[in-house]
Design a protein around this ligand. Structure first.
Ligand SMILES: Cc1cc2nc3c(=O)[nH]c(=O)nc-3n(C[C@H](O)[C@H](O)[C@H](O)COP(=O)(O)OP(=O)(O)OC[C@H]3O[C@@H](n4cnc5c(N)ncnc54)[C@H](O)[C@@H]3O)c2cc1C
Length: 338
């Protein structure tokens, strides 16, 4: 096995701001790089990102490779892939980590294919063994076991779930360098095929501070409006369990759990959700969990901070109405925080 040449993370940005998963990757990347005695680098692609590049250094990067061009301002799979692959071929990192976000899940496999290596998707933990190899840990077999995976090709690549790793505290004294790289742009057809980056869609439920998640307790797709009204009142977003995606009521960006996103909002409402192991794995670390279910034995109550037994069709509109009245009262008293 060749000597290790460093750890590289892909620093995702949306709309000119680094996605917080990138700081989490730097936190874990720093730990791994220090253990192996190698450099930690970040690759940042976009436009007008000098300040963000510096932030990456404050969060642990030794080197930031910055590709800056207006044509790269939004995620463009062809040009992003092309430039990162060229960089990886030149710097030859031993480990490359990406966030398991919609962008990371799109970019990661394409990078791995171009670099002729493997990729472990959706890791929930990473370790380094006594031989200095990366052990990539993720749930397998419907979440019933934790698989420990090693890659015998290089670089070792993994996407890592958002809100699992810890970011380092911002350290303004941490020194590093920003290396400006001249981007190579693919032909104009590639630019025309740019994936539209609707910030809201890309961010999905993972980013939300409040998630109102609906399950099969809902009888028909129109009833999702009840959850949307509650989410709107709280400034949150609607998530769902898998049956709602399978039925085509919501798209997969909203799915919480093993097959979808891991979320760690401040408040998580589970409405008509039974609490299967595959669902719990995606939300059990939420700050406060409020569960509404008419079955007092529902498994979701085992992880709930507030367990409300009752009919969602009665409780959700009442809760929304109470919150709306409260907000109106606050506004009239001028005490609402906007
Ligand atoms: C490989 C694999 C991957 C999977 N990945 C995921 C995943 O990522 N995310 C996920 O969610 N699931 C996943 N699943 C599916 C999972 O096993 C469950 O089937 C699913 O989570 C159940 O969804 P649910 O809780 O909405 O539905 P149910 O289990 O049917 O629960 C519905 C709940 O609603 C309650 N209810 C009914 N009517 C009302 C009412 N009027 N008021 C209040 N409560 C009511 C019921 O008491 C019940 O508890 C996966 C399964 C497999 C095999």
């Amino acid at each position: 096995m060749e000597a290790t040449r460093g750890v590289m993370i892909y620093a995702e940005q949306n709309g000119g701001k680094v996605h917080p998963v990138s700081y989490e990757l730097l936190g874990k990347g720093r730990e791994i790089a220090d253990r192996l005695g190698v450099e930690l680098s970040a690759v940042l692609v976009g436009h007008n990102l000098d300040a963000e590049a510096q932030e990456l250094i404050f969060h642990g990067a030794d080197t930031v490779y910055l590709f800056d061009h207006e044509a790269l301002a939004t995620f463009d799979i062809m040009n992003y892939r092309r430039n990162i692959v060229d960089l990886a071929c030149e710097t030859m990192p031993d480990i490359i980590l990406l966030g398991a976000t919609p962008i990371g899940r799109s970019l990661g496999p394409r990078l791995a294919a171009a670099l002729n290596t493997g990729l472990t998707a959706d890791c929930t933990s990473l370790e380094v063994d006594d031989e200095g190899e990366l052990v990539q840990i993720r749930p397998a077999f419907s979440g019933n076991i934790l698989a420990h995976i090693k890659t015998n090709t290089r670089p070792q690549m993994a996407t890592v779930r958002y809100k699992i790793m810890q970011a380092l505290p911002r350290d303004c004294d941490h020194q590093g360098k920003v290396v400006h790289r001249e981007p190579v742009l693919e032909d104009p057809l590639a630019v025309l095929s740019r994936v539209p980056c609707n910030r809201q869609d890309i961010r999905g439920v993972s980013e939300a501070e409040i998630v109102v998640c609906g399950g099969r307790g809902l009888k028909k797709p129109e009833d999702l409006k009840l959850l949307q009204d509650l989410a709107d009142e709280l400034g949150g977003v609607v998530g769902c369990s898998k049956p709602l995606v399978d039925e085509g009521w919501m798209d997969k960006d909203h799915l919480v759990g093993f097959s979808g996103s891991t979320v760690r909002p401040r408040v998580y409402f589970a409405v008509g959700v039974s609490g299967s192991s595959q669902h719990l794995i995606g939300m059990r670390n939420a700050g406060t969990i409020v569960a509404i279910n008419r079955d007092p034995e529902a498994m979701i109550f085992e992880v709930a901070d507030y367990a409300i037994v009752g009919d969602l069709y009665d409780l959700v509109p009442r809760l929304t109405s109470v919150l709306r009245k409260q907000r109106t009262r606050d506004q009239m008293e001028g005490s609402v925080c906007t």
